[in-house]
Design a protein around this ligand. Structure first.
Ligand code: HMG
Ligand code: MG
Length: 299
């Protein structure tokens, strides 16, 4: 069976813009976020409060978050790797955050200079502060389906990390196919292991990079198994500078086209997402990868 409604978590302004070579003016980033919120996306992940040396593209996070005109019904979470990031985010008026670790140690080492265990220890003070401020925390697990440094990843690792994150109080977990290697059978296997560990799939989101064209097939399996939160990126922007070979995320337009056709409600206006992508496209040094977007522009 398929769900009646799906919640799309838009990650373009964060996962997309963190990976662009060109320097995008802060004002245009803000406008992009606002256009996505106006399209009806319930969650627009806006930026990251990380080290400006690690991700120079998002070093304007504080300006983005203090200048953003917010819609009351929309959440604008940001990534925070450590307590310093959390404190900077709170100072900028942020009301939802995400912490991020992985299912493979060599990836977390490259990405956030910590082992998985060290990263979880770093998250504790973030979760404590979030609880005090009544701020929801999402937990990302990268490399669930494969690692750029280690290759195959034991799926039980993701289950262990998910258990640890839920235990410390994250509200939901997003399973990342960081380099876009997953196939539908693997997705079913990982989700079944989660179920066996008493993890409810309504607390799980899926985050597929579409590097090898399997993202929509993976989404369909996740939906059939009971997942209702899907991450996607306008235009199919995205990638991680610390994941060599990672290409764009599943495109929001492509996901919406499929869900609309299947009668699954999202509350998102596909034409308005296309408009948001069309707005940001001139600031990129490549055309957006979304297939639906390309077809719409050509028509
Ligand atoms: P480190 O070098 O170990 O950190 O980096 P440190 O604590 O030793 O600090 C080094 C310097 O950074 C210091 O500055 C700190 O103040 C500063 P200095 O004294 O040298 O001038 N610093 C900060 N500045 C601003 N905000 C902060 C902050 N923290 C330290 N929060 C660290 C460790 C985690 C900071 C670094 O590795 C980092 O920022 N990494 C972020 C990497 C990243 O953002 N990757 C992309 C997001 S993850 C992703 O894309 C995957 C996902 O999409 C899911 C999927 O697809 O799988 C989520
Ligand atoms: Mg990603």
């Amino acid at each position: 069976t398929l769900p009646d409604t799906v919640r799309i978590v838009e990650v373009g302004p964060r996962d997309g813009l963190q990976n662009e070579k060109s320097q995008i003016p802060t004002e245009q980033k803000i406008k992009f976020i606002q256009l996505l919120a106006e399209a009806g996306l319930p969650v627009v992940e806006a930026t990251s409060f990380v080290s400006p040396r690690a991700i120079p593209q998002l070093s304007d996070a504080a300006t983005v978050m203090t200048s953003l005109r917010r819609q009351p019904a929309v959440e604008y979470p940001v990534l925070v790797p450590n307590l310093k990031g959390m404190e900077r985010a709170l100072e900028s008026g942020v009301r939802a955050v995400a912490v991020f670790t992985a299912a493979s140690d060599s990836f977390t080492r490259h990405n956030i200079n910590a082992s998985i265990a060290e990263s979880l220890a770093n998250f504790r003070p973030i979760l404590d502060l979030a609880r005090k401020e009544a701020i929801p925390v999402r937990g990302y697990i990268s490399t669930v389906f494969g690692c750029p440094y280690e290759g195959e990843v034991d799926p039980h690792r993701a289950v262990e990390v998910a258990g640890a994150l839920f235990e410390m109080g994250v509200a939901e977990i997003s399973l990342g196919d960081t380099i876009g290697v997953a196939n539908p059978m693997q997705v079913a296997h990982v989700l079944n292991l989660m179920l066996q560990a008493d993890i409810e799939l309504d607390q799980i989101g899926v985050h597929f990079h579409d590097t090898r064209g399997t993202a929509l097939a993976n989404v369909l399996v996740a939906l059939q198994m009971g997942v209702t939160t899907i991450d996607a990126s306008a235009g199919g922007l995205g990638g991680c500078p610390y994941a060599p070979g990672a290409a764009g995320n599943l495109a929001t337009e492509d996901l919406l086209y499929m869900l609309n056709g299947m009668g699954i409600k999202t509350g998102v206006d596909l034409d308005k997402v296309v408009e948001a992508t069309r707005f940001i496209a001139p600031y990129l040094d490549h055309p957006p990868l979304s297939k639906y977007y390309q077809a719409a522009i050509a028509a």
